[in-house]
Design a protein around this ligand. Structure first.
Ligand code: SAH
Length: 239
């Protein structure tokens, strides 16, 4: 009798927890929809594939548990080690600027939480992402694996030097700001490829640039002033 009572109690408690989890998922999904409408579409992002990816990827899984309730708000958020996950609109804007069609090999410099890499993974063939801080690289690798992404490869290292073994890349996205464009990244960009990168000093706004390699020549275009964490590491200090 006592045993049956215990089993019933465990059943009731676990179904309450499941219900709570389900309700939470529904709330997050509603918040994500609102984020896409009010922060992303409203500011002019129109690429349907980018909008679908922003709607699908669960941003709250990429931020620390204590700030999950802020995951869909219009701001960057801390992810530990003094680093941040970019504002959702900036992720969408940079992704749209890459003009991905689906068959590209993409390099990301600055894995951070892995969120941008997950968005890219929805939109291209393979993502190679490099993170200089080991705890972040390890955490992102684990999370992306847990979420089932088989086309994202995470490396702990200095992304200033790109990822030579897998070059050339059809697209490169840099999510930390160097004071100038790293030469290895230009070299590892494929002919006809595009790179989106914030360039400028640490102490003020940087320029978000779109760089295209056309017949071996580099074409640069300024898109918007942005604020990113600085690129760290020896590479960037060598010049
Ligand atoms: N794309 C991330 C946001 C990254 S914040 C996301 O979606 O969460 C910028 C990241 O760049 C930080 O994690 C920082 O540690 C990393 N970073 C800084 N300098 C770097 C370098 N030289 N190589 C690789 N990563 C670097």
């Amino acid at each position: 009798m006592y045993r049956i009572g215990l089993v019933v109690l465990i059943f009731i408690l676990s179904s309450c927890k499941m219900r709570e989890n389900l309700e939470e998922e529904i709330n997050f999904s509603r918040a994500r929809k609102e984020m896409v409408e009010t922060q992303i579409k409203a500011r002019g992002i129109t690429d349907k594939r980018v909008l679908a990816a922003m709607l699908k990827v669960e941003r709250h899984k990429f931020v620390p548990p204590e700030i999950q309730h802020l995951a869909y708000t219009d701001q960057p958020l801390p992810i530990g080690e003094g680093q941040t996950i970019s504002q959702p609109y900036i992720v969408a804007l940079m992704t749209e600027l890459l003009k991905l069609k689906g068959d590209e090999k993409v390099l990301e410099v600055g894995t951070g939480s892995g969120y941008q890499a997950a968005i890219l993974a929805e939109l291209c063939k393979e993502v190679y992402t490099v993170e200089i801080l080991k705890p972040l690289a390890e955490r992102a690798k684990k999370l992306l694996k847990k979420l089932g992404y088989k086309n994202v490869f995470v490396k702990h290292g200095d992304g200033f030097f790109g990822w030579k073994e897998h070059a050339p890349f059809d697209a490169i996205i840099v999510t930390c700001a160097p004071p100038y464009i790293p030469k290895p990244l230009i070299e590892q960009l494929a002919e006809g490829g595009r790179m989106v990168i914030p360039v400028g000093p640490e102490w003020r706004w940087q320029d978000l640039l779109v760089i295209e390699k056309i017949k071996g020549k580099i074409k640069k275009r300024k898109v918007a002033p942005v604020r990113f964490v600085p690129m760290l590491g020896k590479g960037v200090k060598e010049r």
